[in-house]
Design a protein around this ligand. Sequence first.
Ligand code: C2E
Ligand code: MG
Ligand code: MG
Ligand code: MG
Length: 280
Amino acid sequence: DVKENGGGNYKMYEPGIATRTLERILLENELRKSVKLGYFTLEYQPKMNLSRRNLSGVEALVRWNHPDLGRIPPDKFIPLAEETKIILPLGEWILREACRQAAEWKRQGCSPVRIAVNMSTVQLEDPEIIETIKRILFEEKVEPELIEIELTETSFADRDEMRETIQWIRDFGMHVAIDDFGTGYSTFSYIKELPADAVKIDMSFVKDIDVNENSRAIIKAIVALADTAGLNVIAEGIETEEQAKILHSLGCREGQGYYFSKPVPPADCEFLFSERAKNE
Ligand code: C2E
Ligand code: MG
Ligand code: MG
Ligand code: MG
């Protein structure tokens, strides 16, 4: 109410909020439309074995290609998609597309690698999620073993029902990885109790690994705990050979990062499959 807020003051700070809200509403609207119209694609980033230096898997990362707004990065729209639950139909499309690609690569005779798919806590909380996963894998004719689900720590910490869903995912045959590990609020030692197959060390620890002894100590601790728990360890955000070498010397077996490859369209990583086949 203009009068109650004293006229002039109202105008001084309200427009900012109004603009932001409007932007949000517009973006939400565009997001909804884009899911219907299919303005999304997936790119794939290789995961490499750090000693053999060959492909060990790929991670699917969603891209929003808006005809007028251009390319909008996931960090700009995934949080909004989560808040508005648009992540449910979008996430369904992402899993289906990754499965379709897995089946396509298999048809082409590429030596099969596991495809990792990121899944939001919001998706995990969806009461339909198990039925959705079963239906997609059945319809796309993909074995669950070929898919890895990447979840963040919040998915594990929050509620018992979510843990049960994670356990179901593993019993079904899919792999589970904990993404951005080390950035959550919990202590590392709890990884022993997590129903997972792998942990992905967050790139913030990798970034300064060559100069920061602290980061190296943290990675060493994560590797030691993961080893006792029988979890595979993948380091994210490797940008230099030096980082790859140090990580390998700390016992980290797998890595991912711009040094090996940025996320690329599916056709651009197909040569890696043949490289992999040659090394086997
Ligand atoms: P994430 O799952 O932890 O993925 C890693 C992000 O780091 C990706 O950004 C990747 O392009 C980037 N990255 C990889 N290597 C390097 C490197 O060497 N240096 C640097 N600086 N960055 C590197 P992207 O694709 O922009 O995705 C950001 C985040 O958005 C993802 O983090 C994930 O949390 C979310 N996201 C992306 N795709 C999906 C999806 O399909 N579903 C869901 N639910 N979330 C997704
Ligand atoms: Mg990820
Ligand atoms: Mg990550
Ligand atoms: Mg992330």
